[in-house]
Ligand binder design. Structure first.
Ligand code: GN1
Ligand code: MG
Length: 359
């Protein structure tokens, strides 16, 4: 591994010598590692090396162009705020192809902590602030400049249509064992897809959104526990404001991990939801339209069903999209997300009330 890393580092003209490489395992798509370089004077510097999954991101060069546009825009408009810094090759590219034709990029490693789970409500509120702030930073950015990295990424209706059509084809003979899951999704199919249908008909503003707002995509200062910067900009595209809110609470307000097999541990924590609301709406609440504000809870339900259906679709079609650590991983993830979606439905009235109070 270090051999490949060294060649890539050389293409980016990184000074010093690569001495260690630690894998970062919390992404489900790209391969990421933190690499330490030692300079001749003994000092060290760390970089993040990432191999982009080109089966998922079919045009990674355009993704890097998007990221460049977004980070340059933020840098110009908010020069005092940190942005991600990608390295460039001698011919000015912010990516290289390795000998094996894999697509690599390198950015500076920010000394920070991230939270996969978190019981500290003030950190959750700060996470809401960070994602809200990110939307604010890009509020006037012209989204038509952005290439759509994964078309229909959060088109829930289309995701559900795809699931049911693959279930009919049953390419891996796995459909018989997922009847219960498919049955439940069928009963909520219309409700879960409704916002995406309304978005397509122009009922909600098209915003520039992050689209992958897991809490571990915010870097925090180790000491102050203040957010430093939002990372993972691969899916920054035009989208619905409320889906960024929704994907974040889907992840952070779950009392268990996203792939918890013991469903008795999975529930939607209303106090975590309240804390995130406070942070997010404190930033963007005054910019959102009333229909957007009124859809935050439904969006939380919708994106949870959407992700369940993406995991289930991947299970049915042979685990080609998400990294899996064991054979039934996608099925376990599906069940966890469905249990969470059910709990969001059960708590809907209470959650609506929390949104009204947070506004
Ligand atoms: C994927 O790889 P990661 O963790 O950044 C996925 C998200 C899902 C998430 C679920 C491009 O994100 O949409 O919400 O897994 N990203 C893509 O953990 O599909
Ligand atoms: Mg991501």
């Amino acid at each position: 591994m270090l051999d490949t890393i060294r060649k890539i580092g050389a293409a980016f003209r990184l000074p010093g010598e690569a001495t260690a490489c630690d894998t970062i395992t919390n992404g489900n798509i790209n391969a990421t590692c933190r690499v330490t370089y030692r300079n001749p004077d003994g000092s060290t510097k760390q970089y993040i090396f990432q191999r982009v999954n080109t089966a998922v991101f079919s045009d990674p060069v355009k993704i890097m162009q998007n990221i460049d546009r977004v980070t340059s825009y933020i840098r110009e408009k908010y020069p005092e705020e940190p942005t991600l810094h990608f390295h460039h090759t001698a011919d000015g590219k912010n990516y290289v192809f390795s000998d094996e034709n894999a697509f690599w990029r390198v950015m500076n490693c920010v000394d920070a902590v991230t939270f996969d789970t978190c019981d500290d409500l003030s950190v959750i509120e700060a996470t809401g602030k960070a994602f809200g702030h990110f939307q604010n930073q890009l509020a006037d950015f012209d989204g038509s400049q952005l290439y759509e990295t994964i078309p229909d990424f959060h088109n829930t209706k289309k995701r559900l249509d795809t699931l049911f059509s693959h279930a009919e084809q049953d390419p891996c003979g796995r459909v018989a064992e997922v009847q219960e899951e498919l049955g439940f999704i069928a009963t909520v199919r219309e409700e879960a897809g409704a916002l995406s249908v309304r978005y397509a008909s122009g009922e909600f503003p098209v915003r520039v959104t992050h689209n992958d707002t897991k809490s571990n995509n915010v870097l925090f200062d180790r000491e102050t526990r203040r957010p430093i910067v939002v990372i993972d900009l691969d899916t920054v595209m035009p989208g619905m404001a409320m889906y960024d809110f929704a994907d974040a609470v889907r992840f952070i307000a779950n009392t268990a991990a996203e792939d918890e097999p013991d469903l008795s541990r999975v529930s939607f924590d209303t106090e975590k939801f309240r804390a995130f609301c406070r942070g997010f709406l404190g930033e963007v609440g005054s910019r959102l339209t009333q229909p957007e504000l009124d859809s935050l809870v439904q969006a939380s339900f919708s994106i949870t069903v959407e992700l369940a259906s993406r995991f289930l679709d991947d299970y049915i079609t042979g685990d080609k999209y998400f990294k899996v650590n064991y054979p039934a991983h996608n099925l376990v993830r599906t069940r966890c997300q469905l249990a969470l979606a059910k709990d969001i439905l059960a708590k809907r009235a209470e959650l609506e009330q929390i949104v009204r109070e947070a506004k």
